[in-house]
Design a binder for this molecule. Structure first.
Ligand SMILES: [Zn+2]
Length: 188
């Protein structure tokens, strides 16, 4: 395994190159959009570079996980927004890559690594739990919260109040954006 000190030394050298060498300083990041075409399902995974650096020719299809190949920065999906971004990891992140020698070497030679774009992340759906009484709904992000809320609700009411009272409980898929936009809820 490459020593921590060696990674720090190479990373510092890389930072120097990124700041001074034309290979990095001459790149116009505004137009660094690439497309990876899946060999299996033909889906196009669209990416953008947010740092100057090297990206791989092969990638993994975001839909079926098969191999997808680069169009060499030709945008063949102009109506689609990139879902993946290529970025340069921080020194701290790079040190964590010591367990993965191939990726570590790639990064220290100026390579970028991938992560989901923020916008794409907020449109990803997650399971939430809905507690509904009459027309009032409350959304809980995990089952424990739902149970706590239900318990509190039932314990705080006189018995006569909850007889025959039907609470509806169900799961629902929501995006982070939809959850953010929910009106503040102040209980039943
Ligand atoms: Zn595919």
């Amino acid at each position: 395994m490459t020593s921590q000190r060696e990674v720090e030394r190479l990373y510092e050298k890389l930072m120097h190159d990124v700041a001074t060498k034309e290979f990095y300083t001459d790149i116009d990041l505004a137009n660094k959009v690439n497309c990876y075409v899946c060999e299996e399902c033909q889906h196009i995974t669209k990416t953008k570079d947010v740092d100057p650096g090297v990206t791989p020719f092969m990638f993994t299809c975001e839909v079926c996980k098969a191999t997808a190949t680069s169009t060499f920065y030709t945008d063949i999906a102009q109506d689609c927004k990139p879902t993946i971004e290529w970025y340069r990891p921080s020194l701290k992140e790079t040190l964590k890559l010591r367990k993965d020698q191939g990726t570590l070497d790639h990064v220290l030679r100026g390579g970028l690594i991938d992560r989901k774009c923020k916008e794409a992340k907020t449109s990803e759906k997650q399971l939430v739990f809905v507690l509904e009484l009459n027309d009032t709904k409350a959304i809980y992000l995990d089952l424990d919260c739902l149970c706590d809320a239900l318990k509190m609700e039932w314990e705080s009411r006189p018995d006569s109040d909850i007889i025959e009272e039907e609470f509806k409980v169900y799961g629902k898929m929501m995006t982070a954006k939809e959850i953010d936009e929910l009106p503040e809820f102040d209980g039943f």
